[in-house]
Design a protein around this ligand. Sequence first.
Ligand code: SF4
Length: 105
Amino acid sequence: MSLVDFFAYSDGQQWMAEAACAAPNVPHEWFFPDEEKGETSVRAIAICNDCVVREECLAYSLLHGEEGVWGGQSERQRRRMKRHAKEQALEESNQAERAAEEASS
Ligand code: SF4
């Protein structure tokens, strides 16, 4: 299945019509590298770097837990982004708690 086909079956996201990876000359496989075979995300990420819907794509993939390269980020990079966001949210929550405790004492 090409990315064009995949996007055709997606949930009607308008930005997908502008996806650089949907061009017929872009191999779908580049976006789903098999690391065990030594394949990397480099070629896919290069396509993403020129894509006009990169931000929408990244947000969509983070929300839906997609596999492969989306929004110029590999799966590993997106996992790291999510972990960092959770840690940051926890730290902000802890800071707010401490500030509330200090204000009430
Ligand atoms: S950012 Fe990358 S994966 Fe997302 S639509 Fe653009 S080219 Fe495709």
